[in-house]
Design a protein around this ligand. Structure first.
Ligand SMILES: C[S@@+](CC[C@H](N)C(=O)[O-])C[C@H]1O[C@@H](n2cnc3c(N)ncnc32)[C@H](O)[C@@H]1O
Length: 280
């Protein structure tokens, strides 16, 4: 958000945006937006797009603040934070993803322990020992969807600067028992996600925000309202639900799942589900 339209209100404690810029980001939808640096993340099965994360960071933080992503993967959250002069802490189970992220960070001249921290380990444990943060933004594994559908790996079209929608094989995050992608049941997945988000709640400063980016998906071929379950577990932890932004992905391929017999939805958006830790 480099453009500076409108007037900055000196009472603004939330972000560095003018009133006009702030208002635009209160819409209940956003169009997902690619940029050239996204292609370096495509060795990861499910990376964020940098611009999408930048929008949320610019809305929920000021320059110099600290952003946490407990499922950091290819490091997109840190890159978005760095682009906007914020600091970041990331955790991921996988050494391989840290390596991928570090290559991306090096290209931007980012320095470990100055611009970002990337801890390899299990967020259900590692989050106990990190400092307080000003914003949490993250996307957990979608239950065991990569394993179940056997279609995590995509055709490498990154040289052409985009990612093909077609999938070519099996790739999942890890074999670790605490990998949220390895839980046998959807209920176990929610339980482990709740454990991680409870730690995030404890690390988050009062009055600050947390955004979870996830789409609805199917479990045993049945459509699940994941969003409802996440709002339930987060409010049980103590977060206040402040609204969902639909992140529209209108360029995904359409599949004729139920055609010509029954309606089966094509998920063409992610939900950015937003919460606030109300101060006491
Ligand atoms: C959907 S991906 C996140 C992708 C990331 N937003 C990016 O831009 O690359 C979920 C990540 O969670 C990690 N993960 C799963 N369980 C974890 C756990 N218990 N602790 C830390 N990381 C975990 C996986 O290794 C995977 O990289």
């Amino acid at each position: 958000m480099t453009e500076s339209k409108g007037k900055y209100d000196s009472r603004n404690k939330l972000n560095n945006l003018t009133g006009t810029e702030w208002l635009k980001l209160t819409k209940s939808f956003l169009f997902s937006e690619k940029c050239a640096d996204d292609k370096d993340a495509f060795k990861h099965p499910a990376p964020f797009l940098i611009k999408d994360v930048e929008k949320m960071i610019s809305l929920f933080t000021k320059e110099g603040m600290v952003i946490l992503d407990p499922f950091m993967g290819s490091g997109t959250t840190s890159i978005a934070a760095y682009n906007l002069k914020r600091l970041s802490i990331g955790i991921d189970l996988s050494n391989e993803y840290k390596k991928l992220a570090t290559e991306r960070f090096a290209k931007k001249g980012m320095q470990e322990n100055k611009d970002y921290k990337y801890i390899v380990g299990d967020s259900t444990e590692k989050l106990r020992n990190i400092e307080s943060v000003d914003f949490v933004i993250t996307s957990p594994p979608y239950h065991n969807i990569l394993k179940n559908n056997a279609k995590g790996l995509r055709k490498d079209s990154s040289a052409k600067g985009f990612r093909s929608g077609s999938r070519i094989g099996v790739e999942y995050y890890s074999d670790n028992k605490n990998d949220l992608g390895n839980q046998d049941t959807y209920e176990d997945f929610l339980k482990l996600l709740k454990k991680v988000m409870k730690h995030c709640f404890n690390r988050l400063r009062n009055d600050k925000y947390c955004s979870i980016i996830i789409s609805d998906f199917t479990v045993d071929k049945k459509e699940i309202c994941v969003q409802a379950d996440i709002v339930k577990l987060m409010t049980e932890i103590g977060f206040e639900f402040v609204g969902t932004i639909a992140l529209l992905q209108d360029n995904k391929p359409l599949y004729p799942f139920g055609y010509p017999y029954s309606f089966k939805i094509n998920h063409m958006h992610q939900n950015i589900i937003n919460f606030r830790k109300a101060g006491v």
